[in-house]
Design a binder for this molecule. Structure first.
Ligand SMILES: Cc1cc2nc3c(=O)[nH]c(=O)nc-3n(C[C@H](O)[C@H](O)[C@H](O)COP(=O)(O)OP(=O)(O)OC[C@H]3O[C@@H](n4cnc5c(N)ncnc54)[C@H](O)[C@@H]3O)c2cc1C
Length: 503
C-alpha cells in the first residue's frame, strides 16, 4: 500500500500537521505569511513504521480510535475509565477542530449549533447537560445554551451576496419560498435529531433525491434551486440532486429557526471545538493520546490488537483491548480493518477547505455579519464568517469555507503546494463583498485541507441497515449513516459506548 495515499485517504492529510506547529510549512508571500499543513513528513514516517520494532504494548478494556465529536462522546459515555483514545492529530476535534492564534482559538471546521428542541434524543441532551453546555427552559420547552455570550445577535447573523447584490438571506423572499415552507410544514416536529429517531413511516423520503421531491410539488426555478443547493452544500456537502429528500426536509424542519424566534444560533469563536473542550475536560487527560495513528486493527485470540504509529516520537506501539470503538473516517477501514469495510464502501465524502484570514486591527468593515454567504458562479465557495461578531476583543479573523465536489479529492490534495490562487481568490471575493480592498489588511493566512470531511446523505444512506458491532468492534461517527451534524455524531459515540459497555 502507498502509505502517503493511505494518510490522505484516512482524512488526515491536513490534520496530521495542523496542530504541530513544527510541521506547518510557512511560505512567505509578498505581504503576509501563508501557513499550510502538510502530511508529507508524517507520510514518510508511516511508510517506515511497519519496519519499526514495537516499543510499547498497552492493554486496556476499550480502545477509541479518533478524537472527533463522536470519539470524545464515546469516551465520556463509557461505563469504565479503562480506555484509551488515540487521535492521529496533535489535538482533538477532527472536523470540529480549532486553530490557536495568540492563545485564542478560532474555528477550523464546524462552527455553530442551534437551540435544541425537547424532542431531541434524550441521551445526547443528557450528555450535554452533564457537561454544563445546556439547560432546559420549561417556559419555551427548549434546551438553551448555558454560555449565552456565544449566541449570535439576530441582527448580526447573516447577509448574502447574490451575484453582486446584497440580500438579507440566501433564500430570497418570494411566492416560491412561501410555497416551499407550506409544503414542508407537515413534517415539523417529526424529524428530530439524532436522525435514527426518524419514524420509519418517513423512510420513503430516503428513496428519492431532494430535487426530485421539490420538482414534483413546486414550480422550481434556477434561482430557488441555487439557493437551496447552497444551503445543502453548506450543511451536507451535496446538492439537491445528490442528497435525499429525507435529508433536505430534515434540514428545514429539525431546527426551525425560520419559524421560531426562540431558536438561537450558538457560535463561539472556537466553533464546535467548544464541545470538544468540554468533553476533553471531562475525560482524564492520561487516557487521551494525540499524535497516535491507528494503522491496523486485527482480531487475535479474542482480543483486538491495534498497530499504532506515535507520529510525534516516530515509534510504533501496540494496544491490546477487549473492545474497540472506531470513530475515525470509515473509508480508511479498507486499510485498517478490511473485513469491516464493506459496510461503508457506498459512502461518498466531500472534501472541505477552511481558510482563516487574520486581519490588522485598523480595517473597518461596516455591516459585516457573523455569516457572510456568497452565491456566485464559483459554487465551491460557501462564504465566510467574521470573528469580530463573536468577540470584538479578539484579533479579527475571517474564516472562508470551500466545499468541493466529491470527486475532487485530488485537486484538494494539490492545494498542499498550489495554494496561491485560492488565497488570492478568497481575498478578492471578500473584497467584493465589502466593496473594499482588504488585501492590505491581511496579516496572516492559515489553510486547513480536510480530506474526507463530510459524508453526503445520498438516497439510501440514512436508512441503510448497517451492522455497527462486529466482534466487539463498534462503529461511531457521522459517517455511520447519520447526518453530518454535531448532535448525530455525538449520539453515534454515545450509542457505541453503550454497546461495548454492555458486551
Ligand atoms: C467544514 C465543516 C463544517 C461543519 N460545520 C458544522 C456545523 O457548523 N455544525 C454541525 O453540527 N456540524 C458541522 N459539520 C459536521 C461536523 O463537523 C461533524 O458532523 C462532526 O464533527 C463529525 O465528528 P466525527 O467524530 O463523526 O468525525 P470527525 O470530525 O471526522 O473525527 C474523526 C477523528 O478521527 C481521527 N482519525 C481518523 N482516522 C484515525 C486513525 N486511523 N487513527 C487515529 N485517529 C484517526 C481524525 O483525525 C479525526 O479527529 C461540519 C463539517 C465540516 C467538514
Amino acid at each position: 500500500m502507498d502509505r502517503r495515499q493511505f494518510l490522505y485517504l484516512s482524512g488526515g492529510l491536513i490534520t496530521i500537521a495542523s496542530c504541530k506547529k513544527s510541521d506547518r510549512e510557512v511560505k512567505s508571500r509578498p505581504n503576509f505569511p501563508i501557513h499550510i499543513d502538510s502530511n508529507s513528513a508524517t507520510g514518510h514516517l508511516v511508510k517506515s513504521a511497519v519496519q519499526l520494532p514495537v516499543t510499547t504494548t498497552l492493554t486496556t478494556e476499550t480502545l477509541v480510535v479518533g478524537g472527533g465529536i463522536s470519539g470524545m462522546a464515546a469516551a465520556c459515555s463509557l461505563s469504565s475509565n479503562d480506555f484509551i483514545v488515540c487521535e492521529l492529530n496533535s489535538s482533538l476535534g477532527g472536523t470540529s477542530s480549532a486553530l490557536s492564534i495568540n492563545n485564542v482559538f478560532y474555528s477550523q471546521g464546524a462552527h455553530y449549533e442551534h437551540t435544541y428542541l425537547h424532542n431531541y434524543g434524550y441521551e445526547g441532551l443528557e450528555l450535554l447537560k452533564k457537561l454544563d453546555v445546556i439547560k432546559f427552559n420549561s417556559y419555551t420547552n427548549l434546551w438553551n445554551f448555558v454560555d449565552q455570550q456565544h449566541l449570535v445577535p439576530s441582527h448580526q447573523e447573516e447577509a448574502c451576496y447574490v451575484h453582486g447584490e446584497m440580500k438579507s438571506s440566501v433564500l430570497l423572499n418570494s411566492e416560491l419560498r412561501k410555497n416551499f415552507f407550506d409544503l414542508i410544514r407537515s413534517f415539523r416536529g417529526k424529524l428530530p435529531l439524532p436522525s435514527t429517531l426518524i419514524s420509519s413511516e418517513l423512510h420513503y423520503l430516503d428513496q428519492i433525491t431532494f430535487f426530485e421531491y421539490l420538482d414534483k410539488y413546486l414550480p422550481i426555478d434556477n434561482t430557488f434551486i441555487n439557493a437551496i443547493d447552497y444551503q445543502m452544500l453548506d450543511d451536507y456537502g451535496g446538492t439537491t440532486k445528490q442528497i435525499s429528500a429525507l435529508a433536505g426536509i430534515h434540514y428545514y424542519t429539525c431546527r426551525p429557526y425560520y419559524t421560531n424566534k426562540n431558536i438561537k444560533t450558538f457560535s463561539p469563536t472556537e466553533g464546535n471545538y467548544y464541545f470538544i473542550n468540554k468533553m476533553k475536560n471531562y475525560v482524564p487527560s492520561s487516557n487521551i493520546h494525540c499524535n497516535h495513528l491507528v494503522f491496523e486493527l486485527k482480531r487475535e485470540n479474542e482480543k483486538w490488537q491495534a498497530d499504532i504509529l506515535d507520529t510525534k516520537n516516530g515509534v510504533r506501539k501496540k494496544v491490546v483491548s477487549n473492545t474497540v470503538i472506531y470513530a475515525g473516517q470509515k473509508h480508511a477501514l479498507q486499510y485498517i480493518n478490511p473485513t469491516s469495510f464493506h459496510q461503508f464502501n457506498d459512502i461518498s465524502y466531500t472534501p472541505w477547505v477552511v481558510i482563516n484570514i487574520m486581519l490588522t486591527d485598523d480595517i473597518a468593515l461596516p455591516n459585516s455579519k457573523w455569516q457572510n454567504d456568497f452565491i456566485s458562479t464559483d459554487t465551491t465557495f460557501l462564504g465566510f464568517s467574521d470573528s469580530k461578531i463573536q468577540n470584538p476583543k479578539n484579533d479579527r479573523v475571517l474564516t472562508a469555507y470551500y466545499c468541493f465536489p466529491d470527486m475532487h479529492h485530488y485537486s484538494v490534495q494539490n492545494l498542499e503546494t498550489s495554494y496561491d490562487s485560492i488565497v488570492h481568490e478568497t481575498i478578492k471575493k471578500m473584497s467584493a463583498y465589502y466593496k473594499k480592498d482588504i488585501s492590505r489588511a491581511v496579516r496572516e493566512v492559515f489553510i486547513k485541507l480536510l480530506g474526507h470531511a463530510m459524508p453526503i446523505p445520498q438516497p439510501g444512506y440514512l436508512t441503510k441497515p448497517r451492522n455497527l458491532l462486529i466482534d466487539d468492534l463498534a462503529f461511531a461517527g457521522a459517517d455511520t449513516g447519520r447526518l453530518p451534524l454535531l448532535f448525530d455524531a455525538l449520539d453515534s459515540g454515545i450509542q457505541a459506548a453503550k454497546t461495548v459497555s454492555n458486551i
